[in-house]
Ligand binder design. Sequence first.
Ligand SMILES: [Zn+2]
Ligand SMILES: [Zn+2]
Length: 387
Amino acid sequence: MKDRILQTAKEIRADVVALSDAIYANPELGSQEFESSKLHAALLEKYGFKVEKPYLGFPTGYRAEYRSAKPGPHVCYMAEYDALPGVGHGCGHNMLGATSVAAGILLSRLVDETGGWAVVLGTPAEETNGAKVEYAKRGVFRDLDAAIVCHPTSVEYYKSGASLAMETIEFEFFGKAAHAASEPEMGINALDAVIQTFNNVNALRQQTKTDARIHGIITQGGEACNVIPEHCVCRFYVRAAKKSYLKHLHEQVMNCGKAAAMATGCKLQMRPFELGYDDLATNERLNQLFIDSLAELGVTEIADPGEASGSVDAGNVSYVCPTIHPYFPITKKNVAGHTREFAACTQTDYAKDRMMEAACAMALTGYHIVTEPQTLAEIRREFQALK
Ligand SMILES: [Zn+2]
Ligand SMILES: [Zn+2]
């Protein structure tokens, strides 16, 4: 089977590389990936996929399916293709998306015999308001057995690890303006409420778990020194390793704002200002299957990603479907992500070789899922235990 996948990979390579290169040359920001998503859909259609686009009201989202006439598991590859302001494809999503498309096409060549579906989901705006959050909420993954995405990185392959759960809060305080020198007693100081919120949060830090991250900014702090500020706003990201603890932490941070409002006499409105992300709960059985598939292709050096640092929208998927988010190297040197240098790495032959290799491992993982009921049962058992 490995040889068949490798042979097909050779046949489709030029198309997959052209997809990645075209998107590199025309980087589009999140939710504006009109050309990129069109190119994805066109290539998948060329290889026999049925494509629904736009998808779930996302103009740049899509769902592409290749259904076998025989029943069997449904394997999903998640594609991203959004760029960053200023640094283009500094996160390498031009290549990430092409890798998922390639994996989908490779698996589609096998499912007529084995049964099952190959599904590629186009998921816009990972860097900002990740569509996967809404997809997960709206039941997109209900009929899918596994969700796989493999992200470009430097130096080594990395196993799928963890990411931080994250919530956002905006505190908007409403006080009362007054002459700051002649009638301060007539005013209600909304800036004091903001400062008090920060002080409360700083006091809270002593009692949080070590994985808690709370970081904020003041977006409105008053208009003039001689006017008691009547309307001030601050924003926070709150993160933790697990969404169960984050729920508690998020409440504690909201209480910091409520207490500040009470102490100062301000009125308070709170709201999320961006989508929150769940932590990534890697399915370890699926992770192992991917590692074994890489080993079948001769890749045995796979590093451990270590502790979670950032947040990804695949986290939300991991709570509704067995999910992995491993990494493949596109450069032998250590190049920082979110830079023009990293984007340029996607243009090298080395990166293109690794992209096809990762796609083959993803397809092989899919092949094992559709042909080994025992393995899928283990993946499912682990997933059920997460709930
Ligand atoms: Zn990124
Ligand atoms: Zn990324």
